[in-house]
Design a protein around this ligand. Structure first.
Ligand code: ZN
Length: 398
């Protein structure tokens, strides 16, 4: 049993195989506070320095996961007030390998507000992980804190984009193309002026129009396709088919890990399978990301839009799908890991502080067994999960 009480500023992780996501082979990693200070085959520490040593021979060290779509303060409510989903807790994130999380609202932009989301994100950050938020909710015009998507991006550090904006869904505001394109323009300019991604995270529902509106916007305006991060694209076969076209056209496609056997859309495509199929169809690996939709509600509706069942998005599905991607779909770990680390960091403009293991990047790691089981999670230099179990909890947990 290794020591779990971290007392030192310096920690040396010895002998793990690093896939960060570049395969560096067996290396030692020196953590100094919250950062990676050195990566070398053998790190010799000065005798007078106080440090801790963790032996990781036989384990694999990958970057901490970045989950770009989490209902941090809960969501749902589509079946009335009793169906509002609960808030995220620190350990539900860390035990799924998540060290960076982007919060969003959902269907309910009235009893859930961007200000509460901001406060929750700040709380999770104080508890140890890194957080950001999207401003807005399903509806358009979308709720913001300061009056516009543009000014939220410019004035509020944690706001890195707009979302989740709903299209092709009976729960959406049935937005006109002009409304979505104006919103994307706001996010784009707000992002430019604040040095952020200004990404528009778009919830795409089961509606027949699928991605049609987004295709029209990128074909007929100056807004680049990379301004959008459409999500839930594996929810049904016709949307997924369009998603592949979108990806081949240069767009990002975000797969939802809690859609699939756990969720309840009609004929969902299992997330790891969807990634394999997108790659086989010629979508660049760089354009594919995965997110959990954690703590979002997964209501099931009949053909008339009446609610007939309810589930909840689960962060653990990220890790399960990563395992299946490697072990069942035969994608090598150095590629598979990108969809939940480096690709997401690049889309969200968090690279190279996040999404990679490099000198100078944040010390966010997931330590895996060769069977892609979780062993440890480190967030900003702190051990959060050991032996697969959380050892640091949120304020009111447990
Ligand atoms: Zn959604």
């Amino acid at each position: 049993m290794q020591s779990i009480q971290q007392k030192s500023f310096f920690v040396v992780l010895r002998g793990a195989h690093i896939v960060g996501p570049i395969d560096l082979g067996k290396q030692d990693v020196l953590i100094a506070g919250e950062k990676v200070a050195a990566i070398e085959p053998h790190i010799e520490m000065p005798v007078s320095w106080e440090y801790e040593e963790i032996l990781l021979d036989g384990y694999i060290l990958v970057p901490g996961f970045i989950d770009s779509h989490v209902h941090m303060i809960g969501g749902g409510g589509e079946g009335g007030y009793a169906t509002r989903t609960p808030e995220v807790t620190l350990s539900t994130a860390t035990r799924a390998g998540i060290t960076t999380m982007v919060g969003c609202l959902g269907t309910d932009g009235i009893t859930r507000h961007v200000t509460s989301l901001l406060a929750k994100a700040r709380g999770l950050e104080e508890e140890g992980i890194t957080t950001y938020i999207y401003t807005g909710a399903y509806e358009v015009p979308t709720p913001t804190i300061t009056g516009s998507v543009r000014s939220d991006l410019i004035l509020i550090d944690k706001v890195i984009g707009a979302g989740e904006i709903a299209i092709s869904d009976h729960r959406s505001a049935q937005p006109l193309r002009e409304e979505i394109q104006k919103l994307a323009a706001e996010a784009r300019v707000g992002g430019m002026l604040s040095g952020k991604a200004g990404i528009v995270n778009v919830h795409v529902g089961d509606g027949k129009a699928g991605l049609d509106m987004l295709f029209a916007i990128v074909k007929e305006t100056e807004i680049p396709i990379t301004q959008f991060l459409p999500t839930h694209l594996n929810r049904n076969p016709w949307l997924f088919k369009q998603a592949i076209e979108w990806g081949k056209y240069g767009g990002f496609i975000d797969i939802t890990s809690s859609v699939g056997p756990r969720g309840n859309s009609k004929d969902p495509i299992k997330p790891s399978r969807a990634i394999r199929e997108a790659l086989d169809a010629g979508v660049e690996l760089n354009n594919i990301t995965i997110s959990s939709d954690g703590n979002g509600s997964i209501p099931r509706f009949d053909e008339n839009g009446n609610i007939i069942g309810l589930g909840i998005g689960n962060e653990d599905s990220l890790l399960e799908e990563l395992g299946d991607l490697v072990l069942k779909e035969g994608i090598k770990l150095a590629d598979a890991i990108q969809v939940v680390t480096s690709n997401v960091a690049k889309v969200l403009k968090l690279w190279p502080r996040k999404g990679c293991i490099k000198v100078g990047s944040d010390a966010d790691f997931v330590v895996l067994t060769p069977d892609i089981e979780l062993y440890q999670v480190w967030a900003r230099g702190k051990l959060m999960v050991n032996n697969g179990e959380p050892i640091i909890f949120g304020t009111f947990e447990g």
